[in-house]
Design a protein around this ligand. Structure first.
Ligand code: NAD
Length: 429
């Protein structure tokens, strides 16, 4: 996928942290501890490929902080994965679990690979190989992985199976995002997208608006985006534009329909990586526009749900004056420069680690269910999820209003204070 080589997610995560550390007048020891991951692992994974050759893949796991509980965070398969992206994402996981008030820390993993060009057998070997290299350093009580970009329940199950084969017992709490019936939680597929919309719903309440009077444009058409659109539709909102990555053309396109996109139709012409078939979309009456067009739509709500570094100094000024809310489904979609602009324009931001905390919250529910070996019905999962997300949203919103700080800063203040406090109480700093 198109990558901006000058962008470094870890530097951005550190800049965001430094800004709040200054505001909170955090002592030097706590700053030094929280600016970098506590632990990180770099591994080589040799795989016997289908063509008989052996290919070595590089993998990572970062445990940024576990003062509040076991590290928690996804594992991505991506051709442009870097250790700095994994570091940044592990740090954002620490803030995410803290702002959602879950008894967990932050971790993240990744393997540099492109599943588009790997058979299922090869992907299974990468999953098993990653576990063989890292099993001593993860576990239900230390660090719990989950799916992320281009990994799904099947990958988690291969990893779990390898871990259980090595350790000789059943540990369903090792990993979350497992398929339902194999230790997974109902509602996990919906959790991040629905969680995003729970926060949008509350933000609209705060702004005195109704979902049915709003339209939205969404970047990405994967797990987060599809379920966000599903619930936003149910609340009466209308999405007029989505975008996705085209693997053949190696570029992104936006798909626009002024009368509102049809989620069912688009889903039926989308591959498992969230890539929309543009010829079929055209047949269904969609305008096919350059990928950047999703950001330039005259809508009330923008939802970046694809990748980091998508709203930056380069394009932020193209955001329409009508936009009232930017709700970040993706991790790190908005750079600090773009943040300054959004803040100046009074655009209401629902920051990533609050807005997309639904996924990890449901993962936490999955762990709880695995630990008690008793599984809840979907309604119960979603109702608990709504409660957690709504609570987290109002805590951040209230702080932002009462202290007159930008929403992202308010979320950071709550999260960093909680983690710093846990480190202090443990006597680490
Ligand atoms: P996914 O792989 O299911 O979907 C990603 C979507 O983005 C696909 O439709 C893809 O075509 C599209 N995309 C990729 N590059 C693009 C580009 N340059 N322009 C436009 N579209 C592009 O991934 P996902 O699980 O939906 O995750 C999306 C984002 O949300 C990521 O940043 C991820 O870290 C974050 N997130 C996901 C979860 C979760 O539970 N899935 C939880 C928290 C955060």
């Amino acid at each position: 996928m198109a990558q901006d080589k000058s962008f470094n997610a870890f530097e951005m995560a550190q800049a965001q942290f430094d800004k709040i550390a200054d505001k909170l007048k955090l002592d030097q020891g706590t700053r030094d501890l929280l600016r970098i991951p506590l632990r990180e692992y770099h591994v080589s994974i040799p795989v016997h490929m289908d063509d008989g050759s052996v290919k070595v893949f590089r993998g990572f796991r970062c445990q940024h902080n576990d003062a509040r509980g076991p590290a928690k965070g996804g594992i991505r398969f991506h051709p442009h994965e870097t250790i700095d992206t994994v570091r940044a994402l592990s740090m954002w996981m620490t803030w995410k679990t803290a702002v959602a008030d879950l008894p967990l820390g932050g971790g993240k993993g990744g393997v540099i690979c492109d599943p588009h060009h790997l058979s299922n057998r090869e992907q299974e070997q990468i999953c098993r190989g990653w576990i063989r290299q890292i099993f001593k350093n993860i576990g239900p009580l230390t660090d719990v992985p989950a799916p992320d970009v281009m990994t799904r329940g099947q990958h988690m199950l291969w990893m779990l199976d390898e871990y259980e084969a090595i350790t000789g017992a059943r540990y369903p709490g090792l990993i979350t995002g497992k398929p339902v019936g194999m230790g997974g939680s109902l509602g996990r597929a919906e959790a991040t997208g629905y969680g995003l919309i729970y926060t949008v719903r509350e933000a609209l309440k705060f702004l005195g608006r109704e979902a049915k009077d709003t339209i939205a444009s969404v970047q990405g058409f994967g797990n987060v985006s599809q379920y966000a659109i599903e619930l936003y539709d149910q609340l009466g909102g209308k999405v007029i534009c989505v975008s996705s990555w085209d693997q053949n053309d190696q570029t992104s396109y936006a798909f626009r329909k002024a009368s509102g996109i049809d989620l069912k139709v688009l889903r039926s012409i989308t591959d498992r990586f969230g890539g929309i078939d543009k010829a079929k979309a055209k047949d269904h009456g969609y305008e096919i526009l350059p990928g950047s067009a999703w950001l330039e739509q005259d809508v009330d709500i923008l939802m970046p749900c694809a990748l980091e570094n998508q709203i930056s100094a380069k394009n932020v000024e193209k955001i329409s004056g009508r936009v009232a809310i930017v709700a970040e489904g993706a991790n790190g979609p908005t750079t600090p420069e773009a943040d300054n602009y959004l803040e100046k324009k009074g655009i209401y931001n629902i920051p990533d680690f609050l807005a997309n905390a639904g996924g990890v919250t449901c993962s936490y529910f999955e762990q709880v269910q695995c630990n008690t070996n008793f599984y809840w019905p979907k309604d119960e999962v979603l109702q608990k999820l709504d409660q957690k997300m709504t609570q987290a949203f109002w805590a951040v919103n209230d702080l932002a209003q009462n202290s007159k700080v930008y929403m992202r800063d308010a979320a950071y203040i709550i999260a960093i204070q909680r983690v710093a406090q846990a480190c202090k109480e443990r006597g680490w700093v």
